[in-house]
Design a protein around this ligand. Structure first.
Ligand code: NIG
Ligand code: FE
Length: 426
């Protein structure tokens, strides 16, 4: 392990300047006006026992806080304590970075043009096909430790850079190995339908048959995936192709989490909702029709503002969507092409500066609603007795808004995961 995790069966965080995100209502997600509701207790303490949140209260209650003797104590004077981020959309397993495409975009090529010329996802697939499972695992593990240091306490990881039977399985096996060693919960998503390999450019049916008849049965047999994803967008999979794959996966009980509406109004949202997707992610192109479709569903809309920032494409219209009464979720999309960054604190800043979410809304979107988007909100995403004691202790800061305000700065001092205190990698 890269980190030195200190295991403590009991931890008392005391003198917390503000404890943020208490929630005892049993709510599993927040929608519309509720998104602005974020409980804050000043001058607080929090007690974590056997990895779970046991109690919290005010430091003014000297008798109770004084009764915790012989426990590991962390003094949080001047610091905030929040639930860990839950990052519901990442591509954290990949072979190499793609800064040459970044330079091509600076010089004027678009993301779609690079993809059409065999770059983009296909570029990552070639490199991943050439890398051993062990090497992939080692470099993904480093990224996992990096994001835990940035306050991520659970995450989803997709395949989708394999695009052959053997290489999709290789990627998913790496994710499975990460699940075993990871201190944080990981959910795995099978994304064989991330792009059409060049050999299938003019024969979509053959690649879809490969996904349905070869990949899916093996993925299920080895129990490698919790969810299924399809990139339903211009130049990738159309709604009919997406539905075909999702229906095949539904027979195995795999719920959809869909990439949609990143590159245009392409029916991704409608396709996701029709197939009872747990979430539909990206949403840079979301209009009134998509909003009314989402309002009639339980599908969580997920935006990836790091991708909008990095590619210079529109931001999902989350202000409008919250005002329409929807729940919204924010995730990192950590991947080598569109978002080479997994720091959720930056996602929160972008949501505030570019999407006009308040800090409270952005924190709900990255905690409780993030947990909902990977079916963990009964265990994570808020300061709730009995939930996992996965919390962020910030550096000293004067207010909650200071966190997104200091946009380039990592404000996480320590991350606590199920009773272990994580120090950042050096
Ligand atoms: O979510 N849009 C599709 N997939 C990834 C990017 C993949 C890549 O460019 O490598 C995304 O942005
Ligand atoms: Fe993605």
């Amino acid at each position: 392990m890269l980190y030195f995790a200190r295991i403590m069966s009991t931890i008392l965080l005391k003198n917390i300047s503000s404890l943020v995100g208490m929630e005892e209502s049993g709510k599993l997600k927040k929608s519309g006006n509720e998104m602005a509701e974020l409980a804050i207790m000043e001058n607080a303490w929090l007690f974590i026992k056997d990895g779970l949140i046991a109690e919290y209260g005010s430091m003014k209650d000297e008798q109770t806080v004084g009764s915790y003797s012989d426990v590991n104590t962390i003094d949080c004077t001047g610091k905030f304590v929040l639930p860990c981020f839950v990052d519901s959309h990442t591509h954290l397993v990949f072979a190499n970075t793609r800064e040459e495409e970044f330079v091509m975009r600076i010089k004027g090529m678009t993301y779609e043009e690079i993809a059409e010329a065999g770059g983009g996802i296909l570029n990552s697939a070639r490199r991943l096909q050439d890398m051993s499972e062990d090497a992939l695992y080692e470099n993904a593990l480093k990224r996992l430790h990096e994001v835990i240091g940035f306050g991520t306490g659970a995450l989803e990881i997709k395949s989708g850079y394999g695009l052959t039977v053997a290489d999709e399985l290789k990627m998913l096996r790496v994710i499975k190995r990460l699940k075993v060693v990871s201190p944080v919960i990981i959910k795995a998503t099978f994304l064989g339908a991330h792009a059409f390999p060049l050999a299938y450019k003019n024969d979509h049916k053959a690649y879809i048959d490969l996904i349905i008849n070869e990949m899916l049965p093996k993925v299920v047999e080895e129990n490698l995936a919790d969810y299924i994803d399809v990139f339903c967008d211009t130049g990738f999979f159309n709604p009919a192709e997406t539905t075909q794959i999702l229906q095949a996966a539904a027979k195995y009980g795999l719920k959809p989490k869909i990439h949609g509406n990143e590159l245009g109004y392409t029916g991704g949202v409608q396709t996701a909702v029709e197939n009872n997707a747990l979430s539909v992610d990206h949403l840079e192109y979301t209009g009134d029709e998509e909003i009314s479709c989402l309002l009639k569903s339980s599908t969580m809309p997920v935006a990836l503002p790091g991708c909008s920032f990095f590619l210079g494409i529109p931001y999902a219209p989350f202000r409008k969507m919250i005002d329409a009464g929807l729940p919204v979720c924010l995730a990192s999309d950590y991947n080598p092409g569109s978002t080479p960054n997994g720091r959720m604190g930056f996602v929160v800043s972008l949501a505030c500066t570019q999407m006009k979410l308040t800090p409270e809304e952005a924190i709900n979107a990255t905690t409780i609603n993030g947990a909902y988007a990977i079916e963990l909100s009964d265990k994570m995403g808020s300061i709730t007795k009995g939930k996992y004691g996965n919390v962020i202790i910030t550096k000293e800061m004067p207010s909650l808004a200071y966190m997104p305000y200091s946009f380039g700065v990592d404000m996480v001092w320590k991350t606590i995961i199920m009773g272990k205190v994580f120090e950042k990698p050096q």
